[in-house]
Write a protein that binds this ligand. Sequence first.
Ligand code: PLP
Length: 380
Amino acid sequence: MLPVPTINPFTPPRRTLMGPGPSDVYPEVLAAQSKPTIGHLDPLFVGMMDELKSLIQYAFQTKNEMTLAVSAPGSAGMETCFVNLVEPGETVIVCRNGVFGERMRQNVERVGATAVVVDNDWGEPVCPQKVAQALADNPQAKFLAFVHAETSTGALSDAKTLCQLARQHDCLTIVDAVTSLGGVELRVDDWGIDAIYSGSQKCLSCVPGLSPVSFSPKAVEKLSQRATPVQSWFLDQSLVMGYWGSGSVGGKRSYHHTAPVNALYALHESLRLLANEGLEQAWQRHQQMHQTLKTGLEKMGLTFVVDEASRLPQLNAVYIPDGVDDGAVRTQLLENYNLEIGAGLGALAGKAWRIGLMGFGARRENVALCLRALEEVLAQ
Ligand code: PLP
């Protein structure tokens, strides 16, 4: 027998989360998650899932029948789109202007397809002219994949224009909305997005670990015409939909995997709060909080990585001033103010901080705390 470990219950501190995610979780969401667990095929739970589906449809602004929450984080949502839709030998145009575009490229290669990469510098949005050229140069391409809100830099790309270009070339679009959903304008049906995924832990201010996903009828058709089975059993949407509703035999849900019951209560609550506030109001609130934060940061002499025209309100990447110790500042913020801001990622590691204003975190108290704490720490 191994000795009995003596371990106390884990008691996390109450931090203010202003990094790139997870964001501050709504108290109502934490309360929803601690409600009694019921069976994942209990009729009451199934009814809750139906509501959840309509709430995800509202957040994405889509009528897509194939809309659900993947029982895993945003990376699994990304993988869901690529493994279901892209077949070996196909060509995908992948836009890369930060860490997550590169991850899309890796997904394409792992399904045995060819990625044609359209590069933009870190901090820039995806350039529509470059994409138009890549589409013209690669008539065999079946997909255009891009990140709407690049969390590694804080750049927002013009999803509407990129989707228009893809349609002109008969390409389906795969869009990463992990950081954009709930924080900036996003209209899946109006913009003609075919496959989209997000994450629960950013502007939805839900607990981490779930990924809302939606496929257009054209994407569903592509999935149904696959010559080869989806290589991932767990992420195969045609099987998952037997559990989530449409596609189920005789309207009955069938067991696919044990749903993360309490986490889905949490997502239901966070999306309900978003719907109560109203999507457009939430987008505006993010913008207003960004303006207040920006004014304060600029007064301190900090400069933004991304130009104003394509700057995300919910992810503020600012350069670390010369001579300032990145790690020491973030440690002081955490230890003395219980405040987390994000480090730079990839090419911006050690060069920038990423200050998140996401969901419940996009509020006046957070902006005020962040400005006061940063000012005091930098003054030292
Ligand atoms: N895509 C983007 C744009 C992200 O910001 C993230 C996470 O930060 C992901 C994908 C991956 O999501 P997750 O960490 O939930 O797996």
